[in-house]
Structures are given as C-alpha cells and as structure tokens.
Design a protein around this ligand. Structure first.
Ligand SMILES: Cc1ncc(COP(=O)(O)O)c(C=O)c1O
Length: 464
C-alpha cells in the first residue's frame, strides 16, 4: 500500500528544522543520562561503546534494559512502543510466552550438539511449505545466509560475477558490501553503475566481482547482463530484495519482478530473493508468496529465530544439488542450533499464524493511512508506504523507485528530526535514515495511533 506524494507540497523552512533538531536532541540527552553513563563505561572496552557499528549513535547510544510485548525500556526507565523491533527481527513481539516457553523447555535438555534435531526437521518442512522451495539449510545470520547462497550459486553455474541492486544491503561479507550507501555523485552512469566498496577493508578486486544495477529497471538489468556476457563475465546470480527494505520501503513496480524472473531464467542466472527482512514479515511465505514470483533461492534470518540468532537458505532441488553432492561445503558449528530451532518452531507454529498476518495487515493499513492523512493535512513533501509488517514515511517530494531517486529526493534532515521526535515521545525507532518500522503481532491500535500522533505533532511544529 502506497500513498501518493502531494502535488504541490509546502516549502519547509530549513532553519526551523535545524532549531527543532537542536531542541529535540537536547531533550533526548536530558532523558538518557543513564545511557550516557553506560556509554562512558562501555566505550572503555567495546569499540565505540557498542556491539555492532549499526548501534552507534552520537552523542551516545540508547542502552536498553528489557522488552515485553510491544514495548521496550531503556536504562533510564523510559518505556517506548517498539517499532525498531531489533532491525525487523521481533515480529513476534518481545518475550512472547510461546517462545519463552520453548526456550526454557529446551535449555535444560541441552542447548548445543552440532548434530541435527527433530525441531530442525520440522522447521525446514514448514519453510518448504510456506516458500514452496524444497531444500533447506541453516545458518546463524542474514550475512551467513547470503554468503552461502552466493557460494552455492557460483558453484552451480561455474561463474564468479554476482549481480545485485544498487543501494541494497545484504549483510556484511565482502561480496555484498558493494555499492550501498555511497554519495549520489559517485554512483556513475545508470547503464554502468560503479562497483564501490562499502567501507574500508574490502579489496577492489573483490568489489569488482559484484555488479550493481538499478531497481525497478529490468531493461537496464538485461543490457548489463548482455554486456557482461560479451566480456565473459556473466553473473552467477542476481541477489535482490523483492521489495527494498534498506532505502525506507521501495515497492516493485507492477510487472518488474516477473520480468526479472523471465530475464534471469533466460540467461541461466540464479535468482536469489533475499528475504532476510521480507520473509515472515510481509506474509507467511514472504515476498515469494506476496508477489507470486518464484526465485531459485531465498535467504532468511531475523524473524525466523524469534529473537535468537538464526538464518536459513531455501533452494530448488537443482540448485541445492551442489550441496548434496558434496561439492559446496555449506557448514557451521551452530547451524540448526537446538535452542534456535525450538524458538523457530514455536514461532512458526504458535505465533506467526494466519490470524497473526491478518492482524499485521490490518495494523499496517491503519498506520499507513494515518501517516498519509498527516502528509495530506499538512501538505508535506512525502508519502506513506507499507507492506505486511513493514512501512515508513518517505520524506521525499517525489516517489522513490530506486537508489538514484532515493539519494536525489530523500530529506535526510527531516528523517533525523522524525527519529528524535519519536524517541522523545515514547516511540522506539531505528536510528538509520534508510530504515522502516516493523510491527509485531502484539502491537495494538494504541501503539499505532501513538506513532501517527507523534508524526502529526512533528508536522504541526514544522508548518506552523
Ligand atoms: C536484506 C538483508 N539481507 C541481509 C542482512 C544481513 O543480516 P545480518 O545482520 O543478520 O547478518 C540484512 C540486515 O539488515 C538485510 O536487511
């Protein structure tokens, strides 16, 4: 569901945005002095005071103490409705009784064997049913899933080049840390987008093996495939999110995914849908079910483990044959960990039920409509967009369809201010400008209405 950008939006006063940002940042600092103290302690031993660079924040990160249902509490005791949900992992809500029970029943019976268990078989059966792909393997994170999926695709096709969508995030291994958050001016020519390492430590030779193409442009993709083929560098796979979840939310244009499927099939390129964010959040069978387009592989993580580190790869019999015949080592000490599998089973059987998805769709409808009404009431440059449990307000005067339009139109200052407004008014959100909300099955109308009302307050303060 996507609202329309208003046709002649108000001109926002940049000075006003700056003043409000200063006011709200000061207010957040005052409310989070225990986080500040924790940061002083943490920075002595944790690099930057955090466990992952995605948790960094100036002047200090917000440290959490606990979560329950739709809420989290920070170490200052601030209670917030959680729309961050662990970067889109906690679609079940926090401390869901079914998952807590599964974990507490499993723990005293042994938490790790590095041998398969029945729960792991059950989870694979359920994933095969939901995603209509017959063969599965486990990993422990989204990055591991995309890393192994790419290796499988390379082995299956005997090729090295990997194609991805420019601006898309698929985890932190070298092959996919390419052409993500780069400056607009460095993107290069649309027909020949640059292969740019994302951060230091990635060899140029590795980055050059990954070729990015624009989202929502099947023609540009096919032309690039043909040129790569002529150079003897045909891609092994195309790895992509069917709906982009790391540039806000960007939906595929009608017919785009079908064309991508047809082109990759015609060229013998393995189509990998990275469902780390979309799988189990936008529908029971992820993007594969939602859009009705069948990839050759899917990669999953996040919501799969119900809060425990998890990941999975699903594939056709043909593609997974390179694992089954022993030519690819798809391995890992913790793959299929019993505790994770117990949590995943409880989640898939008791929590992420058909009724849960109905609830998520209804809630998302309510929040998207509510946010879109605010955009229209105040004539803001932007629009609300949502799908399943995910969505956001895109602060952009024009519709964003790919990385180029995102970089050209997204109002980053406004996105930052929106985050501060949320944090100061009981709405916990991801700090990144590229992120979106994730609803959980235990979210209520009250939480969603609180989100909309904070947005209304922001819009009012900006325009009056
Ligand atoms: C689409 C997508 N793929 C892969 C990953 C990597 O997952 P992880 O952080 O579990 O390694 C992410 C993480 O945000 C993601 O959004």
């Amino acid at each position: 569901m996507r609202g329309m950008a208003v046709t002649s939006p108000v001109q926002l006063d940049r000075q006003r945005i700056k003043e409000l940002t200063e006011r709200e940042a000061a207010r957040l600092n005052e409310r989070t002095v225990a986080s500040q103290r924790m940061f002083e302690r943490a920075r002595k031993v944790l690099a930057g005071g955090v466990a992952s660079s995605y948790q960094l924040r100036e002047p200090w990160p917000i440290y959490l103490s606990h979560g329950e249902g739709q809420c989290v509490w920070d170490v200052d005791g601030n209670r917030m409705f959680d729309f961050h949900n662990g970067f889109g992992s906690m679609t079940q809500g926090h401390a869901h009784p079914a998952i807590s029970r599964a974990v507490s029943e499993r723990a005293p019976r042994g938490t790790h064997f590095a041998a398969p268990t029945e729960d792991g078989v059950w989870v694979a059966e359920e994933l095969a049913r939901r995603f209509r792909l017959p063969k599965w393997r486990y990993t422990n994170s989204g990055s591991e899933s995309t890393m192994d999926a790419i290796r499988i695709a390379r082995a299956y096709t005997g090729r090295d080049t990997v194609m991805k969508i420019f601006g898309s995030y698929h985890g932190h291994h070298d092959t996919v840390m390419v052409s993500i958050g780069v400056e607009y001016e460095r993107i290069g020519d649309r027909e020949n987008l640059e292969s740019l390492p994302y951060g230091a430590g990635i060899p140029d030779e590795i980055a050059a093996l990954t070729v990015a193409v624009p989202f929502n442009d099947a023609g540009a993709m096919e032309r690039r495939i043909e040129r790569l083929d002529a150079e003897g560098r045909k891609p092994a796979c195309l790895i992509m999110e069917a709906a982009l979840m790391n540039l806000g939310v960007v939906l595929p244009e009608p017919g785009y995914l079908e064309e991508v499927r047809e082109i990759t099939r015609r060229h013998g390129i393995v189509l990998v849908f990275d469902e780390v964010k979309t799988g189990l959040t936008i529908s029971a069978g992820g993007a594969t079910e939602y859009f009705g387009v069948m990839p050759d592989m899917v990669t999953m993580a996040k919501t799969l483990g119900g809060g425990l580190p998890s990941g999975a790869i699903g594939a056709t019999e043909e593609v997974m044959s390179v694992v089954e015949d022993g030519s690819v080592y798809q391995v890992g000490t913790y793959n299929g960990n019993p505790l994770t599998m117990a949590a995943a089973r409880a989640s898939l059987s008791e929590v992420l039920t058909p009724q849960a998805y109905e609830h998520l769709h209804a809630l998302n409808d309510r929040i998207v409509k509510g946010c879109q009404a605010v955009v229209e009431r105040y004539n803001l440059p932007g629009y609300a967009v949502g799908i399943g449990a995910k969505g956001c307000v895109m602060f952009a005067p024009e519709r964003i369809v790919d990385y180029e339009t995102f970089k050209a139109h997204q109002d980053a200052d406004l996105a930052d201010l929106g985050w501060l407004y949320n944090m100061n008014r009981g709405v916990f959100m991801t700090p990144g400008r590229e992120e979106e909300w994730t609803l959980s099955v235990v979210h209520t109308d009250e939480a969603v209405d609180a989100y909309v009302s904070v947005f209304d307050e922001l819009a009012r303060d900006l325009t009056t």
